[in-house]
Design a protein around this ligand. Structure first.
Ligand code: NI
Length: 268
């Protein structure tokens, strides 16, 4: 079903996300059982910098709905560039969109990606809910494995297409779990495995942002020529600290996110 409004789009994105990452729903329910109101800090989307699919193309529906560009980031090691967009309604999640810099990858990767992109009907990428369209191409296990050799990010986008990579719980809006370490302990006591790459907590009060995340769950994905069990999505937790002017820091920390991107690399 196509959607045409921002609330409907965000709703569709969440439903699709918990369908392939039921652990996120389980964690969400754990918090609500504790009497918490769960707000989303940000939603992360992934794309290629192919001219038809750049960040700016993906950002269109959000800009149309009142979001504004607020910051950009380079992730040198992962060969990514990213932008974040905020809405004046602070209850709405920040939208974080990253793109893979194809010019930094081999001709073999470029060839596969170009072939996938050519399968998208012309103009489909301009539809309001394309960011929630799922995989708009067919892809083989061979393509997936080939991409994986150079970029797990490229392989993820090829396999899952256009849907949130993760949602993020805003710790500041929780009442019982104000400390990220205590929150992590609560999750682990409930059997949740956290991404420990670079330590469970990424960032610090000094950089105004602390984050942790689950490991991506593994799901079976159908390809053109068979099935593969591969890492899908993860759930993230963010605590923000006030800047000197008293307002909470709303941006991201590239060195922390570099490690968080690893969540979909190792799977479970
Ligand atoms: Ni994130």
């Amino acid at each position: 079903m196509t959607v045409k409004t921002l609330p409907a789009l965000l709703d569709k994105m969440w439903k699709d996300y918990v369908e392939i990452n039921p652990l996120a729903q389980k964690i969400y329910d754990l918090f609500t059982k504790e009497g918490e109101l769960v707000l989303n800090d940000h939603i992360a989307l992934r794309t290629f910098n192919h001219p038809r699919l750049t960040i700016d193309v993906m950002a269109r529906p959000f800009l149309e709905a009142g979001y504004k560009f607020c910051g950009d980031y380079q992730f040198v090691e992962k060969k990514l560039y990213a932008k974040h967009f905020e809405h004046s309604d602070s209850k709405l999640p920040t939208i974080f969109i990253s793109e893979l810099k194809l010019e930094e990858l081999s001709p073999a990767v470029n060839q596969i990606v170009n072939r996938l992109v050519d399968e998208i009907p012309k103009g489909k990428e301009l539809e309001f809910d394309f960011v929630s369209a799922g995989r708009p191409w067919s892809v083989s296990t061979q393509d997936y494995n080939e991409l994986m050799k150079e970029s797990d990010y490229a392989a993820w986008v090829a396999a899952f297409g256009y849907r949130p990579n993760h949602f993020t719980v805003l710790i500041n809006a929780l009442k019982k779990f104000t400390d990220i370490t205590e929150l992590n302990t609560f999750l682990k006591n409930n059997g949740v495995k956290l991404n420990a790459s670079g330590g469970e907590v990424k960032g610090s009060k000094e950089v105004y942002l602390e984050q942790s995340s689950t490991l991506a769950n593994t799901i079976e994905v159908t390809f053109k020529d068979g099935k593969l069990s591969i890492p899908a999505c993860y759930y993230e937790f963010a605590k923000r600290y006030p800047l000197k002017d008293g307002n909470l820091y709303k941006g991201f920390v590239a060195s922390s996110a570099d490690k968080i991107f690893e969540s979909t690399k190792h799977g479970q």
